[in-house]
Design a binder for this molecule. Structure first.
Ligand SMILES: [Fe+2]
Length: 280
């Protein structure tokens, strides 16, 4: 169900890709493709991250990082809610969702935002939008997030007071190129930032220039198809950093492979929710 009456050219192209790689092949296989896809597991990935830039008072903070649901054909609501429940069971201090909550259409996503807010992490649930969230109707998605109590950062910042210390969080909207990502980081992160959320991992270059301790991203899906035991050898060839943890000086980037998919296949790249423990 769409929120917007007039599809943009980007929406039309995305719909075409969906027919070619997802709904079309599924019809040909009489639904077998989707059934096989839904049988695939979602892992919990636990990662310890250290950087001297991280504030000492926030040492040991646990971030629940979830991304790229792509709610739609390949992510029914019950599977999305199950992924959120996995995160909730881990009792993270803060939840970060790095976008692509929906695949093509904005309507119907409210229960997912409500579930993310209902994790009730002490520092809240933070969200940035991805390129797919912009395909149908950004204001519909934004209103759903805000009505649920999820904190949406659209080229914005916020400060969270926690146990007498402050966590400065920034989030940027989708930008395709490294140059455009860096321009957004320059604009939004003029003051001290501890945690940057950016759907596109290409923001990391700019984040490292600002000495931002930690950037969280999604978008790549880890390529979805990777060589066994070589997660960096994958289909996301447009991305130098497509899977896991990266360093630049004392700055760190974590790219999650996400919970969803844009075509119904994952090989050597299982879907995941991530629990990140950050040390100073
Ligand atoms: Fe995505």
């Amino acid at each position: 169900m769409r929120a917007s009456d007039k599809p943009s050219n980007k929406y039309r192209r995305a719909k075409m890709r969906n027919v070619l790689f997802t709904s079309g092949p599924n019809k040909i296989t009489r639904g077998r493709l989707f059934r096989k896809h839904f049988d695939q597991r979602i892992d919990i990935k636990r990662v310890e991250i250290s950087t001297p830039l991280w504030p000492k008072e926030l040492d040991g903070l646990r971030i629940g990082h979830i991304s790229d649901f792509h709610l739609g054909d390949l992510m029914p609501m019950d599977r999305a809610l199950a992924a959120v429940q996995m995160l909730k069971d881990e009792e993270p201090d803060i939840v970060a969702c790095t976008g692509d909550v929906v695949d093509l259409n904005a309507l119907g996503a409210a229960p997912l935002f409500n579930a993310m807010a209902n994790i009730k992490a002490p520092l809240g649930t933070m969200l940035v939008l991805g390129n797919h969230d912009e395909l149908d109707c950004v204001s519909t998605i934004s209103n759903m997030a805000l009505n649920s109590g999820v904190s949406l950062l659209r080229d914005g910042r916020c400060t969270i007071n926690y146990n007498g210390s402050k966590l400065h969080v920034a989030g940027i909207d989708w930008a395709k190129s490294q140059k455009k990502c860096s321009a957004k980081v320059d604009r939004v992160c003029r003051d001290e930032t501890h945690l940057l959320l950016s759907h596109n991992p290409k923001a990391f270059q700019g984040a490292a220039q600002h000495n931002i301790p930690l950037t969280l991203s999604g978008h790549t899906h880890g390529g979805q198809l990777a060589v066994r035991d070589k997660p960096d050898a994958n289909l996301a060839v447009a991305h130098k950093r497509s899977h896991g943890l990266y360093d630049m000086g004392d700055s760190r980037l974590f790219v999650t492979v996400g919970v969803g998919a844009w075509f119904p296949l994952r090989i050597n790249c299982p879907a995941e929710v991530a629990i990140l423990t950050i040390h100073s």
